[in-house]
Design a protein around this ligand. Sequence first.
Ligand code: PGA
Length: 242
Amino acid sequence: MRRKLAAGNWKMNGLAAAMTQAAAIAAHDANGVDVLICPPTTLLAQMANLPMSVGGQDCHANTSGAHTGDISADQLADTGATYTLTGHSERRTDHAETDAMINAKTTAAYAANLTAVVCIGETLSERETNKTLTVIETQLAGSVPDTATAANTVIAYEPVWAIGTGKVPTNDQIAQVHAHIRARLTERFTDGADFRVLYGGSVKASNATEIFAIPDVDGALVGGASLKAADFIPIITALAAS
Ligand code: PGA
């Protein structure tokens, strides 16, 4: 049985006052669903004291050194974080991260005993030119290390065109990609059937139940709707009921 995961990606949002939202999310009885927030690094140590999982949004491939402004997986773990995102499309775009770089970061996360949430997804032009499944395969093969296991890795399928846009793929489109991801994982890893695969991109309370009913969707990676407890808790509840 794969444990369901409701993950929030706060991106570059949240000052100290936002701790009240995190506290309200953590205080909610998640009914067996794993809850994870990846806040800005400034809030990580404080948030790690709450009864939920917390994670970084990125980590460097090295454990330490002359990398101004970066953060290592060990430093994330040192705050109490147990997860980190790797390969989010905003990192791939804003920081020109390649699959090889993401693979190295993910390997560094494993070395620090963090579970990596490796993000993959096609752009709109890739979808419109029927390249979605090829892009997914290339990113999975390149970004996910050979040492990945169901315990140290979660895959997040996030179509780039669905992030922060209010646009969501059809249920069939989500089902097709998740089935494809599952097939590649089971082909490559002995425990491929046990990896959790999240959907991300404009998930909100109003579409969560429908999305969580799709086969092989084990939870969500939520951006905008994870910032406020009043928006995120109904998503957790929908996941628990799915
Ligand atoms: P969104 O972001 O829920 O605001 O679309 C999702 C993400 O980028 O992880």
